[in-house]
Design a protein. Structure first.
Length: 171
């Protein structure tokens, strides 16, 4: 059995794409996944499976909830690398955000430079965009535009959430 981290994109936000974690767990169990753990309502799942989670679970969710959620699936090694590659380890957890990319980016470096506040720092390593936003993510012009600058779908998690998922993935 391998451990996988599933990062759901855009669920339970603003009353849209409602996906209760208890119901999600039931669907994942129907798909044959084991040791399923969820973290907060925004779609963070750690599970075990002999095979990488696939389209079957998305189709079952569409049948049950009427929408197909976008899900980024990382195996434990990929997730661990993302954590190890964090270039902002010395900063406060709430100021660091990981944007996991759904595929290889087409980076608009000029736009990133324009959007970055003077005290913000960022780095793209493999398929993770790291953002240090000391004034908070809500005040960052870059935070809201990362996906456009990457040219590919992303889903963001703060360092506190990433660390919690890392802990949860240690079966």
């Amino acid at each position: 059995m391998k451990t996988y981290i599933l990062l759901f994109r855009g669920i339970n936000v603003g009353g849209h794409n409602i996906l209760p974690m208890k119901a999600l767990t039931a669907i994942l169990e129907q798909c044959g996944y084991q040791q399923i753990k969820t973290y907060i309502q925004s779609g963070n799942v750690v599970l075990q499976s002999p095979n990488r989670p696939d389209q079957l679970m998305v189709d079952k969710m569409a049948d049950s909830f009427g929408f197909k959620p976008q899900i980024l699936v990382l195996d434990q090694a990929e997730f661990n690398r993302a954590v190890q590659n964090n270039p902002f380890k010395a900063s406060e957890s709430k100021t660091i955000h990981f944007y996991f990319l759904a595929g290889p980016p087409t980076v608009d470096a000029t736009k990133l430079e324009i959007l970055a506040a003077p005290n913000e720092a960022y780095q793209l390593i493999n398929q993770v965009f790291y953002l240090y936003a000391p004034d908070g993510i809500g005040r960052s012009k870059m935070a809201a535009q990362v996906e456009k600058c990457m040219g590919v779908a992303t889903t963001a998690r703060n360092l506190n959430t990433v660390n919690k998922l890392l802990t949860m993935s240690q079966y």
